[in-house]
Design a binder for this molecule. Structure first.
Ligand SMILES: Nc1ncnc2c1ncn2[C@@H]1O[C@H](COP(=O)(O)OP(=O)(O)OP(=O)(O)O)[C@@H](O)[C@H]1O
Ligand SMILES: [Mg+2]
Length: 252
């Protein structure tokens, strides 16, 4: 018996724009599987379709055709409450632009996924304290997003993404706004939760350093997956070198 993949994408297409208007085919038949517990990267040039793909996988947008199974369930068929329920229980996000709610404090932002699940205040307090310690943001919890630096916002967004211990975590350039030290810390944290809490992670990134933390990388070009490379027990530095070589041959 084989385990159900955490992600199974079949012949996924996405065309933006209505019929008769200006249309753009951003995804042209994407196929891939991701096993539970994997840490997978998606790389590709600007405009190649990375965010589009992530939005389909995370139920933030609907594909034009094709299927997206998460844990065996076709999420392209979900609607309304079922989508909210699925998001609250199965997935976490860390976006490039943070997506923090400006009217809530850092504490309230981080607590949000648990509040939405109806978890009681005391448990939420314990969970926020724990994650805040891991990310060294204990002193920021009473601040509003406008009072935080880019790197601090990114850490608050990361805390919110992982607090509910999702089965699957999506990141779209999660280190994009961070200096190299904070980026490294966030990547080490992702690697740790992937390993210790068996959270599967799908990371979209331009950055070869971030990508070198993954087990496997899919390269997307003009809306299709062109190549795939695996770390296969090699050191992170060796993998980093291979990623650089691949980018050199692939991105032009
Ligand atoms: N809402 C939209 N309407 C029309 N076209 C869109 C829309 N969103 C994206 N596109 C187009 O689809 C293509 C893929 O966009 P996408 O955002 O997925 O790229 P990306 O790989 O994430 O790029 P980047 O690395 O710059 O974030 C681009 O050519 C973009 O112009
Ligand atoms: Mg993008």
């Amino acid at each position: 018996m084989t385990n159900t993949p955490i992600i199974n994408v079949t012949d996924l297409h996405k065309t933006y724009g209505k019929k008769g208007e200006k249309q753009y085919e951003a995804l042209k038949g994407i196929n891939f599987k991701m096993e539970s517990g994997e840490f997978v990267g998606i790389m590709g040039a600007s405009g190649s379709g990375k965010t589009t793909l992530l939005n389909m996988l995370a139920t933030l947008d609907k594909p034009t055709s094709g299927t997206v199974e998460i844990n065996g369930q076709d999420v392209t068929k979900l609607n309304g409450n079922k989508i909210s329920d699925f998001r609250a229980h199965q997935i976490g996000f860390i976006f490039q632009d943070f997506n923090l709610l400006e009217t809530l404090t850092a504490y309230e932002n981080i607590a949000l996924p648990l509040s939405l699940q109806g978890v009681n205040r005391k448990e939420i307090g314990t969970a926020v304290a724990q994650i805040a310690q891991t990310l060294s943001i204990e002193d920021l919890l009473d601040k509003y997003p406008a009072e935080l630096s880019g790197g601090q916002k990114q850490r608050v967004a990361a805390a919110r993404g992982i607090i509910a211990k999702p089965a699957l975590l999506f990141g779209d350039e999660p280190t994009g706004a961070l200096d190299s030290n904070s980026a490294r810390e966030l990547l080490e944290l992702l690697k740790r939760i992937n390993y210790e809490q068996l959270i599967s992670i799908l990371l979209v990134t331009h950055d070869p350093f971030s990508a070198s933390y993954c087990d496997r990388i899919l390269f997307i070009k003009d809306g299709v997956i062109g190549q795939e490379i695996k770390r296969d027990g090699r050191s992170r530095t060796e993998f980093y070198q291979e990623i650089l070589e691949q980018l050199g041959t692939f991105e032009q």
